[in-house]
Design a protein around this ligand. Structure first.
Ligand SMILES: C[S@@+](CC[C@H](N)C(=O)[O-])C[C@H]1O[C@@H](n2cnc3c(N)ncnc32)[C@H](O)[C@@H]1O
Length: 389
């Protein structure tokens, strides 16, 4: 007797999973057109704790990603195909399998030669569970990081790694913050928006807390492109504003980001964060020209600033130390650490301040300590201190 097509389909699916030849399963064509869930994409992923089925639930405005053990995942697929969707398209190294149900209850299974590039091994990208998904992520495609098959383009693999690293670092800082429902995230000097989109994606689709997010950038061309990508990606609460960090009007700021904003633009951004009482301030400073120009050392330390490159490094250390100290003075528990390896960019220090108290009782002492540092290096003023004065 010929096998029921549904059971034949699940036999095929089970063997594709067992043999690790499943490329992708797309479950689509909703039974109820009013459902917000548009489709489900299932792939195999190799995590530290072993192989799992990775599900991307594609909703109208956001994607939600989950990993399941094989049995649980197959159960979810079975339920989705009987209750929520009519079609399943399974792509494997061996064949393409299509299961189509009709509203009248007819079910058809068809099998064809494989059409997608076979998975030969689960290389590094698959092995590591990444916080940013490639499948279905339109902004990554529009930014040129992935190709039409949702795969990371070879020449953009460093950028993709950097984006994931950034989200990995920021995750523990954001996860347990108590934020209002309409919490506002501002990315100062958002540039091409790589990290702005990734953070919005993480907050909306991983954490399930959709932010009101603004990228601030004075280059109109970048703002225009980023706004159009946000629309295409259906990131409805992400807008890019062509203004300056100093002057942009914002009702409030809960999380302030400033990555590689040039020179004193980082100080302007920290200033906006502190004066808005932001819960979290994250910045990766860029060039440190202001303090470099001010260095005027006459003491025994003068040889430390004799050689150009060492002077530059000294200026970086002083600038960022004082930034961190000022954040502490304003009630931010502050960490300074390396963001990514220097082989990707030398601008790799990240300063993260988390608001823990309204006022630091040590504020005056901190400012005295800052004055002592400035005096040793003959510095007249640090720009952030000037802004706050
Ligand atoms: C080096 S890019 C970094 C872009 C992005 N944050 C990243 O890390 O990929 C710095 C961006 O900040 C913008 N920028 C610098 N100063 C600014 C200011 N005062 N107001 C607005 N945008 C500024 C620049 O136009 C540039 O696009």
């Amino acid at each position: 007797m010929e096998k029921n097509p549904i059971e034949a389909f699940f036999d095929k699916l089970a063997s594709c999973i067992d043999e690790k030849v499943l490329i992708k399963l797309t479950i689509s064509n909703q039974r109820s057109k009013s459902s917000d869930l548009q489709s489900i994409i299932v792939t195999l992923t190799n995590l530290k704790r072993g192989f799992r089925l990775n599900f991307v639930y594609r909703h109208t405005t956001r994607d939600i990603t989950k990993n399941y053990e094989f049995d649980e995942g197959i159960g979810i697929i079975r339920k989705a195909l009987t209750e929520d969707f009519f079609n399943a398209d399974l792509f494997s190294n061996k064949e393409d399998i299509r299961l189509v149900s009709s509203p009248g209850g007819k079910i058809k299974l068809s099998i064809q030669k494989p059409t997608l590039q076979p998975v030969t091994e689960f290389h590094h990208d698959h092995i590591k569970s990444r916080l940013i998904n490639t499948t279905g992520n339109i902004y990554l495609r529009e930014l040129g990081i992935i190709n039409a098959n949702w795969e990371v383009r070879r020449e953009m693999s460093d950028k993709f790694r950097q984006i994931n690293r950034y989200i990995e670092l920021i995750e523990p800082e954001i996860k347990d913050l108590t934020l209002p429902d309409d919490y506002q995230v501002v990315d100062m000097g958002s540039g091409k928006g790589y990290l702005t989109f990734a953070l919005y994606d993480y907050l909306a689709n991983r954490l399930g807390k959709i932010p009101v997010m603004t990228g601030v950038e004075f280059r109109d061309d970048l703002v225009k492109t980023c706004n159009s990508i946000a629309v295409k990606s259906k990131f409805d609460q992400l807008k890019f504003n062509s203004g300056t960090i100093e002057k942009v009007e914002l009702s409030h700021i809960d999380i302030l980001i400033a990555l590689h904003a040039c020179d004193t633009a980082t100080d302007e951004a920290i200033y906006r964060g502190i004066t808005s009482d932001a819960s979290l301030i994250v910045c990766a400073p860029c060039c440190h020209k202001q303090i470099r120009k001010e260095l005027n050392v006459t003491s025994a330390l003068q040889n430390i600033v004799k050689y150009g490159i060492l002077k530059e490094r000294q200026a970086e250390i002083i600038t960022d130390t004082i930034r961190a100290m000022i954040l502490e003075a304003y009630g931010y528990r502050t960490k300074v650490f390396e963001f990514i390896s220097t082989e990707h960019t030398p601008k790799n220090v990240m300063i993260v301040g988390r608001k823990t108290s309204k006022e630091n009782p040590e504020k005056e002492k901190i400012f005295r300590d800052i004055a002592a540092i400035k005096s040793v290096y003959g510095i007249n003023q640090h720009y952030l201190e000037f802004l706050l004065a």
